[in-house]
Write a protein that binds this ligand. Structure first.
Ligand code: NAP
Length: 231
């Protein structure tokens, strides 16, 4: 099986990459940090240039024309701050990384004549609910979720799903629990409690469940959203 995963250097993406490698699958990955145990290119996905995407993907794929699975995992939370304080540069970075990078990735793969059976994007409960300080992230995850629905209408030969993994103990959660002022952003305490009560799960545990459920997602209508916690 050929699997392409974005954001394979840390967190959930790294655990997904490790699971597929353990299963003997052929894994391709992108991230800004070097990864040596799969086919990999160092790449900043937020640089939205068609020419650069085309070149990096050509170098990464080396002629590979079929993917069973593409997991759009790379994402950033951005600074937790009131939305009116978020600068346009920061918002651009969040939207470019979490949303538009995925358009350039998919469009360039299709342009290169690559056939893709299934795309799973890593979504979030924040695509439908938000917390104080989460403006940029929530907007990006809502847009990404809709973008998967849009692709599902246009590209019938690929199956698309948005999958929310629940709370995962990664750099993203560590930043949320350790660096955010709980007084100013009180809902952050929910994430600290979840970590302390063991509700937040390790990335390896979550990746195991994600890998297990991925084949079943093909039974859902293309463009669907699913929350792993509801399963
Ligand atoms: N953690 C949670 O509780 C949680 C909950 C719901 C959804 N999610 C979603 O799960 C996904 C993975 O998050 P995580 O918690 O595993 O985060 P993480 O530990 O911060 O890892 C993020 C990954 O994305 C890559 N990445 C970020 N910006 C990039 C860029 N500009 N170009 C290329 N790669 C980039 C990072 O690699 P480099 O830094 O090496 O580039 C890293 O491999 C995200 O989409 C996130 O929104 C997470």
């Amino acid at each position: 099986m050929n699997v392409l995963i974005t954001g394979v250097s840390f967190g959930l993406g790294k655990s997904l990459k490790n699971q597929y490698l353990d299963m003997g699958e052929n894994v391709y990955g992108l991230s800004r940090t070097k990864v040596t145990d799969c086919n990999h290119k160092i790449f900043d996905l937020s640089i939205l240039s068609d020419d650069i995407y085309s070149k990096v993907l050509k170098d990464l794929l080396e002629g590979q024309k079929y993917f069973d699975l593409v997991i759009l995992n790379a994402g950033i939370l951005g600074n937790i701050q009131k939305f009116n304080d978020v600068s346009m540069d920061d918002l651009d970075n969040i939207m470019n990384t979490n949303v538009f990078s995925n358009k350039l990735l998919l469009d360039n793969l299709y342009k290169m004549g690559v056939n893709i059976k299934q795309v799973v994007c890593i979504s979030s409960g924040a695509s439908q609910n938000t917390y104080k300080g989460w403006g940029g992230y929530s907007i990006s995850k809502a847009a990404l979720r809709m973008m998967m629905k849009v692709y599902s209408k246009d590209i019938l030969e690929t199956h698309f799903t948005s999958l929310a993994p629940g709370l995962v103990d990664t750099q993203m959660q560590k930043h949320l629990c350790n660096d955010v002022d709980v007084k100013e952003f009180p809902e952050t305490s929910k994430f600290i409690e979840s970590r302390d009560n063991g509700i937040t799960r390790s990335s390896d545990e979550v990746a195991k469940d994600v890998v297990k459920i991925i084949p079943d997602l093909l039974d859902l209508e293309s463009g669907s959203y699913i929350d792993l916690r509801m399963e």
